[in-house]
Write a protein that binds this ligand. Structure first.
Ligand code: ATP
Length: 358
């Protein structure tokens, strides 16, 4: 049985705003789930409903099969890490870590042992006597994480815990949190708007938009089999390229190329005749030049960006802007024409109206 079950969960705020619509998800014990989506899509609201900090307006929330809608945060056995570290400024790192256990009346020697163990996991042993103001952002965030993991809870909730850190610290903390998750085994729900965090950390990702779940899947599933243009464009960096065209005689014309989609559309080819579809491909799926079993398109190189291990090439195809990811040795000259091929299996077609994958 799933450890956490969210069944048709809705949130309607007192002002009438419907922030979350029919959210459905199950999490197994020990799973690392990431909620991802743009600002305002309802990630934090859902997390706060799981934490017991926000009422559930409609729907059922179960923990280990038991209806938990009306349980308080303590009964749910949750610990939460917020974006702002929320440390006590007048307490040492040791006392910040020990605080929750002290409240619970845990024995001093047990507290000492757990603080030392947590500090060791997080690399904070040398900082236990320091005040939070004498720590870097990354170290403060580690204390905040430590305060949650020290309590041995069943559910670990994190709301954008890395957003106050610089890029380098974020990468380090990302792997540290994954490591801590492995060691503690707590069922974790992690909120972020950063698709890289979602892809690198999650067992499963929940992609949200405007209060609606778009897709739930493993990082590979959402990357390789996005259900719609939103997910396809949100997951992956740079985002998937989209070219909108009308299907005529089974083909779309992109630049000087007429691309036959009948094979790709299969039985649905007739259905899309005369209608708009969106031709999608990832920047990293292209090969420069012509290729067998691929769609070849050409356009003008507008800009190139050398990134080190690869390069982005910005190409104008009939006023549609696309990005190609190439190796540093292949960077074409600016203001020249470039031909590129997309293997047939790497092309995604979306319904122009519903924007769902075809
Ligand atoms: P962010 O990444 O910016 O934190 P989010 O996806 O976590 O965004 P939420 O904080 O869950 O989004 O907010 C979802 C929507 O609900 C937003 O449009 C927000 O303005 C609205 N909202 C949040 N709290 C309230 C409230 N107390 N009353 C009314 N509307 C609210």
């Amino acid at each position: 049985m799933a450890y956490l079950t969210l069944k048709n969960i809705n949130k309607i705020y007192p002002n009438g705003f419907h922030a979350v619509h029919d959210f459905n998800m199950e999490a197994e014990r020990g799973e690392f789930i990431v909620f991802v989506g743009p600002s305002g899509c309802g990630k934090s609201t859902t997390l706060r409903m799981i934490a017991g900090l926000e009422d559930i307006s409609k729907g059922e929330f179960l923990i280990d099969g038991e209806l938990a809608n009306n349980w308080g945060p303590r009964q749910r056995e949750v610990a939460m890490v917020f974006q702002s570290y929320a440390l006590y400024p007048n307490m040492t790192v040791y006392d910040n870590l020990a605080f929750g256990l002290n409240l619970q009346g845990v024995d001093e020697d047990v507290i000492e042992e757990r603080v030392q163990k947590t500090a060791k996991i997080l690399g904070l042993t040398d900082y236990l006597d320091r005040m939070p103001r004498a720590l870097s952002g990354g170290q403060r965030q580690r204390v905040a994480v430590g305060r949650s993991i020290i309590r041995k809870v069943g559910i670990f909730l994190m709301d954008e815990p890395l957003s106050n850190l610089d890029a380098k610290q974020r990468v380090t903390m990302r792997s540290e949190i994954t490591q801590i998750h492995r060691e503690t085994g707590a069922t974790t729900i992690y909120v972020t708007h950063d698709q890289t965090e979602a892809m690198t950390m999650a067992d499963r990702i929940v992609v949200m938009k405007n209060g609606y779940v778009q897709q739930v899947g493993t990082p590979k599933e959402v990357y390789f089999n996005p259900v719609n243009m939103f997910v396809a464009g949100f997951i992956g960096e740079p985002p998937m390229n989209f070219i909108r065209r009308k299907v005529e005689k089974g083909c779309v014309t992109i630049g000087s190329s007429s691309l036959d989609l009948t094979g790709k559309l299969g039985e649905k080819a007739a259905e899309y005749e005369g209608k708009e579809i969106v031709f999608g491909f990832r920047p990293e799926a292209v090969v420069l030049g012509e290729q067998q079993d691929a769609y070849t398109i050409s356009g003008m190189v507008e800009l190139t960006e050398m990134l080190g291990d690869n390069a982005n090439v910005y190409v104008d195809v009939d006023s549609d802007k696309v990005i190609l990811k190439v190796t540093p040795h292949e960077i074409p000259e600016m203001d020249t024409e470039v031909a590129f091929s997309i293997p047939v299996e790497s092309v995604y077609l979306f319904d122009g109206e519903t924007e769902n994958v075809i």
